[in-house]
Ligand binder design. Structure first.
Ligand SMILES: O=C(O)C1=C[C@@H](OP(=O)(O)O)[C@@H](O)[C@H](O)C1
Ligand SMILES: C=C(OP(=O)(O)O)C(=O)O
Length: 438
């Protein structure tokens, strides 16, 4: 793709349907559980993107066989029954938080020396609290840099187990990584969470994927303590992966800002992904929502600003912030301090880029207020953050002159995003030009 693309606004409300690619979070969990299982698993509907590729490469470096078929959507994984074959590996994780957090925990189950590293930004993303919890269970995990960030070195000799307390307020991925490794520890594991746990639906997702692979756990409803029996080994299975609900948010947002109607197939109210609740935010802003058995439809209407706690669904904060540009009144997004640790500091990046588009923005340590004005033409910097590119593209579907820099950064989770956005917005039912490249 070119260095930047100008999004062409549509002339009519966008009406259409789409099925986004597989969920990144479910794909990377299913890969870990399948890799640790006894037997051969088949994952269907997987995501093929940078974040899943680095996970597959990492597992292969650990001696796990992963066969890719059906243009990346079917993955056959030969599990190791909890005994990782490789005795040493250098693993590159790009900027994938799930990959480095889940694999760091998984490699402690092996025997040998492992090192995990990523891009420059990954070296600023915290992992020290996960290392410390693993060390409480008998592991030897060290962060090479001060401040508890990657690269990470693991001298593995199997994981003993026992009781560990993990910090919950930076990233839920620490707890998810511990949970998925825990059934392969030598003794039972009890995990306790210190501080307020963020992104709770992802922990629920972890437990549900583990259960599909045959591992049962016991937990308090707020996940402050979770018990995982040892020898509760994973069993290989055929596993169907849902479309990505965070990716769906951009298409629902297109319906909201154009006053159109967009159906996302493959998701419903029972989804494993907390991010389907994004449609409830749109509903509070004035959209109508329809839940079908295998789809969720958003119909746009006049939009009003809302005051919303997005801690549980923070990958959709940028989408909502862009929708807020087209609403009447202020939108306040609260309780999202943890998104400063993602692909970029997302609160700061949002404040800068929303202001370019004419909004007034008040930035707080844990959130922001967006006071919309006339939406101005602007060139949007994306900070190597796929979600900056995808969410600000939605602004360009409605307003003139929105240029997205480095559109290729969407490869992290959605390499075909701009093509699929173009197809939806270029649909014969719509008379505009959609996401044409310039
Ligand atoms: O466990 C997961 O799959 C994820 C958890 C969330 O991270 P945090 O727990 O760091 O908020 C989310 O932002 C990320 O995209 C995926
Ligand atoms: C935060 C994200 O990813 P990760 O933490 O897995 O890198 C994301 O996809 O928005």
């Amino acid at each position: 793709m070119p260095d930047e693309i100008e999004i062409q606004p549509v002339k009519k409300p966008v009406v259409g349907e789409i099925r986004p690619p597989g969920s990144k979070s479910i794909t990377n969990r299913a890969l870990i559980c399948a890799a640790l299982a006894e037997g051969k698993s088949e994952l269907q509907g997987a995501l093929d993107s940078e974040d899943t590729q680095v996970m597959i490469d990492g597992l292969r470096a650990l001696g796990i066989s992963v066969n890719v078929a059906d243009s990346g959507q079917t993955l056959q994984v030969v599990g190791c029954g909890g005994n990782l074959p490789a005795k040493a590996a250098e693993i590159f994780v790009g900027n994938s938080g799930t990959t480095i957090r889940f694999l760091t925990a998984a490699v402690t189950l092996g025997q040998g020396k492992f090192r995990l590293d990523g891009v420059e930004r990954m070296r600023e993303r915290p992992i020290g609290d996960l290392a410390s919890a693993l060390n409480q269970l008998g592991a030897d995990v060290r962060c090479e840099r001060d401040g508890g960030c990657p690269p990470v070195k693991v001298a593995a000799r199997g994981l003993q187990g026992g009781v560990a307390t993990v910090r919950g307020d930076i990233s839920s991925q620490f707890l998810s990584g511990l949970l998925m490794a825990a059934p392969c520890a030598e003794e039972d594991v009890i995990l306790r969470v210190a501080g307020k746990l963020v992104s709770i639906p992802y922990v629920r997702m972890t437990l549900r994927v583990m259960e599909s692979f045959g591992v049962k756990t016991q937990f308090a409803s707020d996940f402050c303590e979770i018990q995982i029996p040892s020898q509760g080994r994973y069993q290989a299975c055929r596993y169907a992966i849902e479309p990505d609900a965070s990716a769906a948010s951009y298409f629902w947002a297109v319906a909201a800002v154009t006053g159109g109607k967009v159906t996302v197939r493959g998701l419903n109210s029972q989804s494993l992904q907390g991010d389907v609740a994004f449609v409830k935010c749109l509903q509070s802003m004035g959209c109508q929502i329809e839940y079908q058995e295998d789809a969720i439809t958003v119909q746009g209407g006049p939009l009003s600003g809302i005051d919303v706690d997005m801690n549980a669904i923070s990958d959709t904060v940028q989408t909502l912030a862009v929708v807020a540009l087209f609403a009447k009144g202020t939108t306040r997004i609260r309780n999202i301090a943890h998104i400063r640790h993602k692909e970029t500091d997302r609160i700061a990046a949002l404040a800068t880029e929303l202001r370019k588009l004419g909004a007034k923005v008040a930035e707080y340590p844990g959130g922001l207020d967006i006071i919309p004005g006339e939406v101005l033409p602007a060139t949007i910097d994306t900070y190597n953050d796929h979600r900056m590119a995808m969410s600000f593209a939605v602004a360009g579907i409605k307003a003139r002159g929105v240029v997205i820099r480095d559109p290729d950064c969407t490869a992290k989770t959605y390499p075909k995003f701009f093509t699929e956005l173009g197809s939806l917005t270029n649909d014969r039912q719509n008379s505009g030009h959609g996401a044409n490249l310039h």
